[in-house]
Design a binder for this molecule. Structure first.
Ligand SMILES: Cc1cc2nc3c(=O)[nH]c(=O)nc-3n(C[C@H](O)[C@H](O)[C@H](O)COP(=O)(O)O)c2cc1C
Length: 188
């Protein structure tokens, strides 16, 4: 049983990273899960060049030879895929969006890569998250994954510094509970 976690924030140990960690902790309490973390900010992943070779080739292989192939190679066998990203300018971070565009190579075969997987969007934000959650909800009909989300507003109304999620025990508990619930669904 495998969990693939895509970390979209450049801030290690930030809000989305911390929530991903609590989610995985919950999952691991339920069984023997292999967890594969991908820190997108540290990976060499080029933007999609729109060459359409993934559509043209029989095996839908992406023509760009870079670290994205580490993700391609484990995606089909993932039972749970976590997308953890802060909102940046009304959407996910550039790091996450680049990886998402490169998922085009996996979009050609929904049955193999998407259908019935547990997908978890962890979105951290100060003002709004709707445009990113809306995106995941919109593609859900076509890809038929099971969609779950954790949302955390880090805005501190009284000062310039955000509230780190580690100060919000309820959110940490909600997140590990979701991990446990999804883990139990998978093992039973
Ligand atoms: C460059 C940049 C752009 C941001 N844009 C938005 C935004 O459009 N909407 C929003 O609600 N928060 C925005 N934020 C706030 C972050 O989403 C928020 O601080 C989040 O909790 C950070 O998560 P992290 O700790 O996982 O990096 C932005 C922050 C940065 C640095």
């Amino acid at each position: 049983m495998r969990v693939v976690v895509l970390h979209g924030s450049p801030r290690r140990g930030g809000n989305s990273d911390t929530l991903a960690e609590y989610f995985v902790k919950g999952v691991k309490e339920t069984g023997d899960f292999e967890v594969l973390d991908f820190i997108l900010n540290d990976m060499d992943i080029r933007p999609c060049q729109g060459c359409e070779s993934c559509a043209a080739s029989a095996e839908h292989k992406c023509a760009i030879d870079d670290d994205m192939h580490q993700i391609y190679s484990v995606f089909a066998e993932a039972d749970i895929v976590v997308w953890a990203t802060p909102m940046y300018w009304g959407y996910m971070t550039a790091q996450m969006k680049i990886a998402l565009d490169r998922m085009e190579a996996l979009a050609m075969d929904p049955e193999k890569y998407w259908v019935n997987k547990e997908f978890v969007a962890i979105l951290t934000y100060r003002y709004h998250y709707q445009s990113t959650i809306g995106f995941f909800e919109r593609i859900q009909d076509y890809f038929r994954f099971k969609f779950n989300s954790i949302l955390y507003c880090s805005k501190n109304e009284d000062g310039p510094e955000d509230f780190h999620v580690s100060t919000c025990q309820d959110k940490l508990d909600e997140t590990s509970s979701l991990g446990r619930a999804i883990g139990i669904k998978i093992i039973t």
